[in-house]
Design a protein around this ligand. Structure first.
Ligand SMILES: NC(=O)c1ccc[n+]([C@@H]2O[C@H](COP(=O)([O-])OP(=O)(O)OC[C@H]3O[C@@H](n4cnc5c(N)ncnc54)[C@H](OP(=O)(O)O)[C@@H]3O)[C@@H](O)[C@H]2O)c1
Length: 248
């Protein structure tokens, strides 16, 4: 368990989820910098966790350069901001982490990439208590990881939403359809939290010739795989555009 003195820049949806997870697990007690605070890092800061929006990260981190201790590492949870760009501004080793907001309940998942072993170790100390941490060996893989993990809870929520709409179309009252779809999503989440493979989890519910198999076949025919591919490709393209690799 890590008790690294860290500074958390940005206390929005993800920043507050991280702070909550570290409080819950006792893994870290970050000094939190919001917009209202003087932009100064405490002198014992070993890691600066950057959790502001990609669009305004430069203006947010630049004032911290003078107070950031020389031995500190930078932990960026921002989508689509390249490590080299952050290092160019702050001149410290960078590790990029792409977590989900379930870090608040210490049930997240987080992809990690750095070309610096020390920075990667700091990220593991901070995120192992909060998430299933997945090491990546190329920075470019963070873009698909962002799509498949950081963004994907919203994809599952969107699926539950259209499922509830379909339930209403099939005759369910709206409130009942929504509660049932949300409950189904929770049940799927409970299955995903076990060691069973995804195939096994599907097989436990779908018996040959049954209702679930009929629904799965209809989903496949309607293009579920193409829809997932389109979502991941679009999110990856957006991450690359944010990084300035191609027009936004
Ligand atoms: N939300 C997710 O599920 C998720 C998942 C993975 C990665 N991320 C990444 O996490 C980062 C934050 O996303 P978010 O969803 O948490 O956004 P958010 O809710 O908008 O939070 C960003 C926070 O940064 C604050 N901020 C902006 N400039 C600041 C400054 N100069 N000093 C201190 N704080 C400042 C904002 O304050 P104001 O509101 O006052 O501007 C806001 O509270 C993004 O880069 C995103 O790519 C998010």
């Amino acid at each position: 368990m890590s008790l690294l003195p860290i500074t958390l820049l940005g206390h929005g949806r993800l920043g507050s989820a991280l702070a909550e997870g570290w409080r819950l697990t006792g893994a870290a007690a970050p000094a939190i910098l919001t917009r209202a605070d003087e932009p100064v890092c405490p002198p014992d800061t070993r890691a600066l966790v950057i959790s502001v929006k990609p669009a305004n990260w430069r203006e947010a981190v630049t004032p911290l350069a003078a107070s950031l201790p020389s031995g500190a590492v930078l932990v960026s949870v921002m989508a689509g901001v390249r490590a080299a760009d952050i290092a160019a501004v702050l001149g410290r080793p960078v590790v990029r982490v792409m977590p989900t907001t379930a870090v608040a309940q210490a049930q997240g998942v987080a992809a990690i990439w750095s070309d610096d072993g020390g920075a990667r170790a700091v990220a593991h100390a901070l995120f192992d208590p909060l998430a299933d941490t997945v090491d990546l060996d190329q920075e470019a893989l963070l873009d698909p990881a962002t799509a498949v993990a950081g963004s994907a809870p919203a994809f599952f929520h969107a699926f539950a939403e259209v499922l509830a709409h379909a339930g209403v179309k099939a005759g369910l009252p709206r409130d009942a359809a929504e509660r049932l779809a949300r409950g189904a999503l929770r049940s799927a989440g409970a299955g995903a939290a076990t060691q069973a493979s995804l195939d096994e989890l599907i097989g436990r519910i779908a018996s040959p010739g049954g209702t679930t198999r009929a629904g799965l076949d209809a989903l496949a025919q309607a293009g579920l795989r193409d829809a997932a591919t389109a979502a991941v490709e679009a999110a990856v393209a957006r991450a690359r555009a944010l990084a300035g690799d191609q027009p936004a």
